[in-house]
Write a protein that binds this ligand. Structure first.
Ligand SMILES: [Zn+2]
Length: 264
């Protein structure tokens, strides 16, 4: 049994190394397939041995084998984070279509987490890749209604998910623009990001993810102001909080809804 988890974790680490490729190449508009990975410092092509997730970084002590330039520990962190996220999905969904579907989504979301934190952009390419996956999820749910990934829902739930996430956020953005008379009250990237999330989560969990991400972003902003890292005029990217909110809702969403409605 442990062997299965080790296998899934290694699978997650390998996906994590692909996430690293997405994080560094998508914002620069480079192909994610060719050319093969090279050291950003000396440009030397990395051998397959250098590309083994986690192990190669540890063996080389975070330095390039050829020029000894320091390789950011973030590569390692992204691999481990993706591995952990995939294990979490496997614990929740086991061997199922839902596991594969959410693993696909989470690869895209982790890449967006770091790209938005670094560059304050949510690349359209990743949103479109997410939507393409969402269309497959929707088709699967229509073909196999008994195995729906949104707790006993209807076929139109993915479309309702787009409304409850992107729709609501767009409404907030429009109101913000009218009130503040600017056109940058809310990043349109965040509105777009909720479209694939909505298709994978259905409308209930998407709404929950939206509330959760707003609360998390609010707490983080408050902490940064208290710690005097930021002042009130600064903004923080919202994308990373949307990603955390969405992942928490994928894993715990229905449990939170059941617990909450039990209180009422
Ligand atoms: Zn090098």
């Amino acid at each position: 049994m442990a062997a299965v988890y080790i296998f899934i974790f290694i699978f997650g680490l390998a996906l994590g190394s692909f996430v690293n490729v997405l994080i560094y190449r998508v914002p620069e508009g480079k192909s994610i397939i060719a050319p093969p990975s090279a050291c950003p410092s000396c440009g030397k092509r990395l051998s397959p041995l250098d590309l083994i997730p986690v192990v190669s970084w540890l063996l080389l002590m975070g330095k390039c084998r050829y020029c000894k330039a320091r390789i950011s520990p973030r590569y390692l962190f992204v691999e481990l984070l993706t591995g952990a996220a995939v294990i979490g999905l496997f614990l929740k969904f086991g061997t199922s279509f839902a596991f594969l579907a959410f693993t696909y989504l989470i690869v895209i979301l982790i890449a967006i987490f770091f790209i938005d934190a670094d560059h304050r952009i949510i690349p359209d390419e990743l949103v479109i890749a997410g939507l393409a996956g969402g269309v497959i999820v929707m088709a699967y749910n229509i073909l196999f209604p008994g195995q729906m990934i949104y707790g006993g829902g209807k076929w139109w739930l993915p479309l309702a998910g787009i409304l409850s996430g992107s729709g609501l956020l767009l409404l907030v953005a429009i109101i913000g623009m009218l009130v503040y008379r600017t056109d940058d009250a809310m990043g349109m990237g965040d509105v777009k990001l909720f479209a694939p999330i909505g298709m994978f989560l259905g409308w209930q969990l998407t709404l929950e993810a939206l509330f959760l991400s707003i609360i998390l972003a609010g707490i983080a902003s408050l902490l940064l102001i208290i710690l005097r890292k930021k002042n009130k005029k600064d903004t923080i990217p919202f994308g990373p909080f949307i990603v955390i909110g969405a992942y928490l809702c994928i894993i715990l969403g229905w449990d939170i809804i059941k617990w909450y409605t039990g209180l009422l």
